[in-house]
Design a protein around this ligand. Structure first.
Ligand code: AMP
Length: 280
């Protein structure tokens, strides 16, 4: 695996791949890698000749400075995991490399998608996501980029961004990998105590309950019952339980079994904010 830290070195290596006619599959991450990330890398590997991963804890997408400070960094272990997956190239840039002083500052017209759920609770978050993905896709111009459904709204935002940029990169999504308890794997799980790890499984339990019960009781009641389950399990605060149209992330007023919907949850266990979702 080649490890590169500068845009200059990366660009040179990418030219070599392009000259050799290779397709590239790119998985952007913030590190503290787990099986969820590795499953995306396997998808990239299955699609493309060359697999590229980036690790960059992007400061501009953190609305909460404490969350940024506490974000786990496990680079040595990450490199071991990527070696185990036969990743071809790891891009490990510094913040100066990603955001040089002369880089054009853009405001991305992400539309109503940016105003709801994560966008509403984490002001500026998706502008930060758009900025880092714009930069990475601009440099790498991958044939494919693989992202996780775990971050359902992020996938929709990035799809819109790629359209705005008229990018040729094809976005592929991978399913959410879970612990045996149902808890979605997440880098932030490393900040949970053993007891909280048990309690955290309540998110998936609530989502399963929501999926099973949808269409039998009014949506408002369903959401209330899910929130109650989370609070009862020990969650300190529920940012949202949302029952949405998966095509445009607008709230569904009613639901008929068999039609598409997505239930999304964000909730705090102690000071750790967890998100998850399930599609119907
Ligand atoms: P992150 O490092 O948290 O920014 O995540 C990098 C990529 O991994 C994003 O596309 C996430 O959606 C994806 N991801 C995170 N957790 C999981 C998971 N449990 N299963 C599958 N993909 C995931």
């Amino acid at each position: 695996m080649i490890i590169l830290k500068t845009v200059k070195d990366l660009t040179k290596q990418l030219e070599a791949y392009r000259d050799a006619g290779k397709t590239t599959g790119f998985v952007p991450t913030m590190g503290a890698l787990h099986e969820g990330h590795l499953s995306l890398i396997r998808e990239a590997k299955a699609k493309a000749d060359i697999t590229i991963c980036s690790i960059f804890v992007n400061p501009t997408q953190f609305n909460d400075p404490e969350d940024f400070k506490k974000y786990p960094v496990t680079t040595g272990n990450d490199i071991e995991l990527l070696l185990g997956e036969n990743v071809d190239l790891l891009f490990l840039p510094s913040a100066n490399e990603m955001y040089p002083k002369d880089l054009e500052k853009k405001v991305y017209p992400l539309g109503p998608l940016e105003m709801t759920l994560e966008g509403a609770h984490r002001p500026g978050h998706f502008q930060g996501v758009a900025q880092v993905i714009d930069r990475l896709v601009g440099i790498i111009q991958p044939t494919y980029m693989v992202m996780g459904q775990k971050d359902f709204q992020q996938v929709m935002i990035v799809r819109r961004l790629l359209a705005l940029l008229k990018s040729k990169t094809a976005l592929i999504t991978g399913p959410t990998l879970r612990e045996p308890s149902g808890l979605a794997k997440s880098s932030r799980n490393t900040r949970l105590t053993a007891q909280q790890l048990n309690q955290a499984a309540a998110i998936y339990q609530a989502l399963l309950f929501g999926k099973e019960t949808a269409g039998t009781i009014p949506i408002k009641e369903l959401i209330q019952q899910m929130e109650q389950r989370l609070l009862k399990a020990g969650f300190a605060k529920v940012d949202y339980v949302a029952f949405y149209d998966p095509t445009n992330l607008s709230p569904l007023e009613s639901y008929t079994k068999g039609t598409p919907a997505v239930i999304l949850v964000a909730a705090f266990l102690g000071d750790v904010r967890l998100i998850d979702n399930i599609t119907l």
